[in-house]
Design a binder for this molecule. Structure first.
Ligand code: FES
Length: 102
């Protein structure tokens, strides 16, 4: 059974920022959208670009490699809705940002 694990502090990312976080052998893209945190797979559904290094505009991140756009709150690929990325449950506990890997 999966449990929530701490991957960052709430002060690590300002609103509008994203970051790649390695959790074991996985890479997660964590975003702060207006003070709320969202986590999706870091691996772009196109050719594997690092979504956590993309540019965040509202709740949409653009992949730094070829510009595919993803809704970080759902994992839906705006550019190609049939090719979505994994979204992880994300909660705040105290100062910790925690996610549940699946
Ligand atoms: S690898 Fe992300 S848009 Fe191509």
């Amino acid at each position: 059974m999966s449990e929530f694990i701490s991957i960052a502090k709430v002060t690590d990312l300002k609103p509008g920022e994203g970051r790649v976080i390695t959790v074991g052998d996985r890479e997660v893209a964590l975003f702060n959208v207006g003070g709320k945190f969202y986590a999706i797979s870091n691996t772009c559904a196109h050719q594997g670009g690092p979504l956590g290094e993309g540019t965040l505009d509202g709740n949409i991140v653009s992949c730094p490699w070829h510009g595919w756009r993803f809704d970080v709150t759902t994992g839906i690929t705006v550019t190609m809705p049939t090719m979505n990325v994994e979204k992880f449950e994300c909660v705040i506990e105290g100062d910790d940002v925690k996610i549940k890997l699946t």
